[in-house]
Unconditional design. Structure first.
Length: 560
């Protein structure tokens, strides 16, 4: 009897100890861990679902789509819920046209509760897979960025990546405006994952559409001309800028060789840049317009002032010659520009002196960003006055020892075309429903000097180095440029050049400024031979396309 009582007491003691342990555990969980478990429980039943904002579209000036969003479906999986990875992998691979071995590898790794199977897949194929009802597969509707015109203006428009964030070009520069703001929805789910309540919802704010000043037809034609020019002269590359000098609107900004914007991730980085804005070059003789404009503005000469010019000139420790051998000649300022005389231009620069020349270079905006609405603009390289050597007054006036961007040079010529008033170049015409602000302008030249320079540039095309740029029915004002490229170890190359031409049409009432640069042409090097014909093709097409009437109809071929 006593033994039985002891056993009963022992059992009761064990139960009492167990009860006390359970009570202590419950008290600890409720008092100490209550907060963390409450958060865990909420996390298991509460979820926040993001609602991506649609990215704004990019249009050219005529309303043609340059960048759009296309419906796509992202397919993901929870490998821990996949019952048969082998059969599921075959089904997914067949529906989405994927590698079955790669899909199987992802589905077999049960250490992850979430894996992507296909980002932004074809929505129709994803819908077929969804109808199969495989437990563990999930589907998210997304937007895929697409560039309908492929290579046209690829470097300008840029690229938005898989997550629809801008990575290059205007897609990057206008990211805030294009991206919008995603919405969200906080929901309560039941144990099977079904939504049973919505706690909070915020609507997505769609991105704003953007209209550019670029005209896709003008852009595409410029790109085609550059490709033909590269092939003809076996050049390394080429670029072109087409500006409306009255407003600063960029109608085309072409860089070749280009690429298909839809294939941006696999394009070499060297080809992705918009070189008209980001890269610099030594302009050579196209820069002489700045020197001539400065000496006229200072009242030191007139277009008819004449100088006796030898074939070569000594400047400090350098001897600088004209491009082609000649005897000592007497030339007017007009002829100095028309025949692109290095000796004559340096003679004019010496009249100005370093201080005034430096001031005019700065006044034209060289060494400063133009402020064009494109990311990554270079300000160029202009030596400060205190860094000038004795020979700088001989090299800088003829476009050597200075590095500029094509858009800077096009803007300088647009100043001459616009009666001496500089307008900031721009690519964006409208964002959403908001028109762009009034163009930033400043006067650089007087109307009289701009007319004088424009007239002298007409002679460049009529009888000087730019005759290949002539257009029947139109007066063309322009300037050629040929510049040796600097060597990495100092000095200048004897085989690598940049050939360029900048032209204004119609010269009587300018509507277009067209700049063409050709990098390292092999079969010829002269701007008047290599770049001027490309200008002629681009400008000739644009004048007809924009229906700009001739200002010299007497030069049209007779219709007999």
């Amino acid at each position: 009897m006593k033994l039985a009582n002891r056993r009963i007491r022992l059992v009761l003691a064990v139960f009492a100890l167990a009860f006390l342990a359970m009570f202590a555990r419950a008290a600890w969980l409720q008092a100490v861990r209550a907060g963390s478990y409450e958060r865990l429980a909420a996390g298991q039943h509460r979820a926040t679902i993001l609602d991506p904002a649609g990215r704004g579209m990019i249009y050219d000036r005529t309303g043609v789509q340059l960048a759009i969003g296309r419906e796509a479906t992202t397919v993901y999986a929870n490998p821990r819920q996949i019952r048969n990875p082998e059969s599921t992998a075959k089904l997914v691979a067949q529906a989405l046209r994927l590698d079955p071995d790669e899909v199987l590898q992802r589905l077999s790794d049960r250490s992850h509760g979430f894996v992507y199977l296909a980002r932004k897949a074809d929505p129709q194929r994803a819908a077929i897979l969804k109808r199969a009802g495989v437990v563990g597969l999930g589907f998210i509707s997304e937007e895929q960025r697409v560039y309908p015109l492929n290579h046209v203006a690829a470097q300008v428009v840029g690229y938005a990546g898989t997550d629809n964030h801008g990575l290059a070009g205007l897609e990057l520069g206008l990211e805030r405006e294009l991206a919008g703001k995603p919405g969200s929805e906080t929901v309560i789910r039941d144990p099977s994952g079904r939504v049973i309540d919505v706690l909070h919802s915020t609507s997505a704010r769609e991105g704003k559409d953007v209209m550019l000043t670029i005209d896709h037809t003008i852009q595409a034609q410029a790109e085609a001309v550059l490709r033909r020019t590269i092939d003809q002269w076996h050049a390394k590359g080429a670029s072109a800028v087409v500006l409306d000098p009255r407003t600063g609107a960029v109608l085309a900004m072409a860089v070749e060789r280009g690429y298909d914007a839809n294939r941006f991730p696999i394009v070499p980085r060297d080809r992705q840049r918009n070189r008209t804005v980001t890269d610099t070059y030594e302009p050579g003789s196209t820069f002489k317009v700045v020197t001539v404009s400065a000496v006229l503005s200072e009242g030191l000469v007139t277009p008819q002032s004449s100088f006796t010019l030898p074939y070569e000139i000594h400047v400090a420790d350098r001897v600088i010659r004209d491009a082609h051998p000649r005897g000592t000649e007497r030339m007017t300022v007009d002829q100095i520009l028309s025949y692109s005389s290095n000796v004559g231009t340096i003679t004019l620069a010496e009249l100005l002196g370093p201080e005034r020349l430096s001031r005019w270079i700065n006044r034209f905006g060289f060494g400063h960003k133009t402020g064009v609405d494109f990311p990554g603009e270079s300000q160029g390289i202009v030596p400060a006055l205190e860094q000038w050597s004795g020979s700088t007054i001989g090299t800088l006036p003829i476009g050597h020892g200075i590095a500029i961007t094509p858009v800077q040079m096009a803007s300088a010529y647009a100043t001459v075309a616009n009666g001496g008033v500089w307008s900031r170049p721009h690519l964006v015409e409208r964002i959403g429903t908001s028109e762009r602000a009034k163009p930033v302008t400043r006067r650089i030249l007087t109307p009289r000097v701009s007319r004088q320079v424009l007239r002298m540039m007409e002679d460049v095309v009529l009888e000087g180095t730019g005759q290949e740029a002539a257009l029947p029915g139109y007066k063309v004002a322009g300037k050629t440029g040929t510049a040796a490229k600097p060597d990495p170890d100092g000095g200048y190359s004897t085989s690598r050049y940049v050939a360029s031409f900048v032209g204004i049409v119609p010269a009587t009432s300018p509507r277009l400024v067209v700049l063409v640069t050709v990098d390292e042409p092999a079969a010829a090097i002269w701007g008047g031979v290599v770049a001027a014909p490309a200008f002629q093709q681009i400008a000739g097409f644009d004048l007809q396309y924009l229906e700009i009437p001739p200002d010299a109809p007497e030069t049209l071929p007779s219709q007999q």
